[in-house]
Design a protein around this ligand. Structure first.
Ligand SMILES: [Zn+2]
Length: 304
């Protein structure tokens, strides 16, 4: 994968809450794999990693709105010559590409206008419309405030603890979360939650379908990513290789529910699956990628 080093990075699409004032003060900073102790911390992180909304935080109505981002430093950094050497600037550019894709694809494919959503960079803990979250939950989308949240140190966990090392794991994670945003905009997410309430015995199976669809949407973006441009009309990617796509597929394998249970030394229990098996996650990402068409991502098979 090669990003276009001349492409302007639009930092207004992210909100940097990592600064001293923006981190959210008195949170419960539980470092991944640390405070919670080895493998247990990892399992918790990954079980809920790449989650959509409704992962049990449930709006704690904690005053809200007190966390404010400050993009000044990020903006400066990402307009510098060597911006693409910086993890946060590269991730901002991934967000730019993913949203550029949906801005075109959503009206084309679903006949609806895309509403942009920012990604919040936080460290350790953050206040959200879905309640307070710490890094241990992994990246997530909150339907209540329409924001994607990520502590960028998650990628280190993905690489070191789970062996998903390729750089392309990063845009895959972000594209998966924006997939949840698209589901929110289309009403899929709300329909799924209602269905879960009507049919609690199938709540996990329904969650799996939602998650696999987000993987498929990520694949559809990946297929079309080299065609995306920023607001100035500059191409965002110079190239994406087969190896990059393979990295996304490898990541999907590493974060499958069965893989995580095995890794934790537990018996594989399909009743506990919420995101899908490794095979399913790979299959649906690949379906999105091979078709390049979000319409092909009907994991619900018309059952919603
Ligand atoms: Zn998810």
């Amino acid at each position: 994968m090669e990003l276009n080093e001349n492409a302007r990075i639009d930092t207004s699409q992210v909100e940097d809450r990592r600064g001293s004032g923006g981190g959210g003060g008195m949170g419960i900073p539980i470092p991944i794999g640390g405070g919670r102790g080895g493998i247990v911390g990892i399992i918790i992180a990954v079980l809920v990693a790449l989650v959509g909304g409704g992962f049990g935080l449930n709006a704690a109505t904690n005053g809200g709105g007190s966390d404010q981002g400050d993009n000044t430093a990020l903006e400066q950094k990402c307009s510098a010559q060597d911006a693409l050497k910086q993890l946060d600037c590269r991730n901002t550019l991934y967000v730019n590409s993913i949203q550029a894709y949906w801005r075109t694809a959503m009206p084309e494919v679903f006949g609806e206008q895309y509403q942009p959503s920012r990604t919040v960079f936080f460290s350790q803990a953050v206040s959200t419309g879905c309640g307070r979250a710490d890094s241990g939950v992994g990246p997530f989308y909150c339907p209540a405030d329409d924001l994607v949240y990520i502590d960028l140190t998650f990628y280190r966990l993905l690489a070191d603890q789970l062996g998903a090392e390729g750089e392309f794991a990063q845009p895959y994670v972000l594209a998966h979360e924006y997939g949840h945003h698209v589901q929110d905009l289309l009403g899929t997410e709300a329909q799924m939650r209602r269905q879960q309430q009507r049919d609690p015995n199938n709540a996990n199976a329904l969650s799996v379908k939602l998650e696999l669809q987000a993987d498929c949407y990520a694949g559809a973006w990946a297929k079309n990513a080299t065609g995306t441009s920023n607001a100035q009309g500059q191409k965002i990617f110079k190239s994406i290789t087969d190896q990059d796509i393979q990295q996304a597929i490898d990541t999907a394998e590493k974060i499958g529910d069965d893989a995580i249970q095995k890794r934790a030394g537990r018996p594989v229990n399909p009743d506990e699956f919420t995101h899908g098996t490794s095979a399913q996650r790979q299959q649906w990402f690949t379906k999105g990628y091979s078709t390049g068409d979000p319409k092909a991502c009907d994991t619900f098979g018309g059952t919603l």
